[in-house]
Design a protein. Structure first.
Length: 256
């Protein structure tokens, strides 16, 4: 009998370093995320969480190290030339990113927001893009808002449109950077419900979040970053309920 092979890694980050103005923000960060895994990235403000997330889709270019998402790989070791725009675009097309600010196109309808990327970037036929956008809006519970202008939506609704818009590009990986931090508390749940559903469907995800109960429930793993270094990386419940490192315990004590 064959032994079961481990799930292939979807994201692989090796020896990532990044400094801003000579100040190190990521110090030799290595991270592997398996296909279908949901990883919560936690840590104090300024610890480098957003920078690490942005390095995963090369919105921020590492100073050195290597990043691979699916079949797209880029090696920055040795500080070679900057990558070409075309190569960056191909890399980024494999990831969907959702930010704290919703960043919807204000001049387009909700449906237009979700159709825009597929039509202009993927060259999907408009009729097909429309059908798929409607299906995605239905998935995030906003089928009835397709014709609405984004400025008529609540923050939670806007964020669900932003998720639908990212999914319309058929990403292999979804990255969430504090997707619920700007929301009124009563609107957080409807966005987390969509993220929970994506996790259940097996989407590979990295989530920067301050929602510890959510991280514990939905993430497979929790990674604690402090001062540009991964201090702890383990099963979500172990890290949240019984952290091994004193620094993780100290950080989590702020949430109880
Ligand atoms: P976190 O998301 O954990 O709060 P960030 O990755 O946003 O942390 O930032 C880590 C550090 O890097 C902070 O000190 C921040 O000020 C700095 N930083 C982030 N982005 C930039 C940038 N584009 N230019 C200069 N400094 C930056
Ligand atoms: Mg941040």
């Amino acid at each position: 009998m064959e032994s079961p092979s481990p799930a292939p890694a979807m994201i692989e980050v090796r020896h990532l370093r990044k400094a801003f103005g000579g100040v190190p923000v990521l110090r030799d960060v290595s991270l592997t995320v398996s296909r279908g895994e949901a990883v919560a990235l936690i840590g104090p403000s300024g610890s480098g969480k957003s920078t690490l997330l942005r390095c995963l889709n090369l919105l921020t270019l590492p100073d050195s190290g290597a990043v691979r998402v699916g079949t797209q790989a880029m090696d920055f070791t040795g500080g070679q030339r900057l990558p070409r725009d075309r190569d960056l675009a191909a890399f980024r097309a494999r990831t969907g990113m959702v930010f704290q600010a919703f960043n919807l196109f204000p001049h387009l309808s909700v449906l237009g927001n979700v159709m825009e990327g597929p039509v202009t970037v993927l060259r999907t036929a408009p009729a097909e893009a429309r059908e798929r956008a409607l299906a995605l809006l239905d998935k995030v519970g906003l089928a009835d808002k397709a014709a609405a202008s984004p400025d008529r939506l609540s923050g939670g609704q806007k964020q669900r449109v932003a998720i639908a818009r990212a999914l319309a590009m058929r990403p292999e990986v979804m990255l969430f950077d504090e997707a619920t931090s700007a929301l009124d508390p009563e609107l957080v749940g409807e966005v987390l419900a969509v993220v929970r559903q994506l996790a259940a469907e097996g989407m590979t995800m990295v989530l920067v979040t301050h929602e510890m109960a959510f991280a514990r429930e939905v993430a497979d793993r929790v990674v604690f970053l402090r001062d540009g270094t991964i201090v702890e990386d383990g099963p979500a419940r172990q890290v949240i309920d019984a952290p091994r490192e004193a620094a993780t315990r100290a950080f989590l004590s702020h949430f109880h």
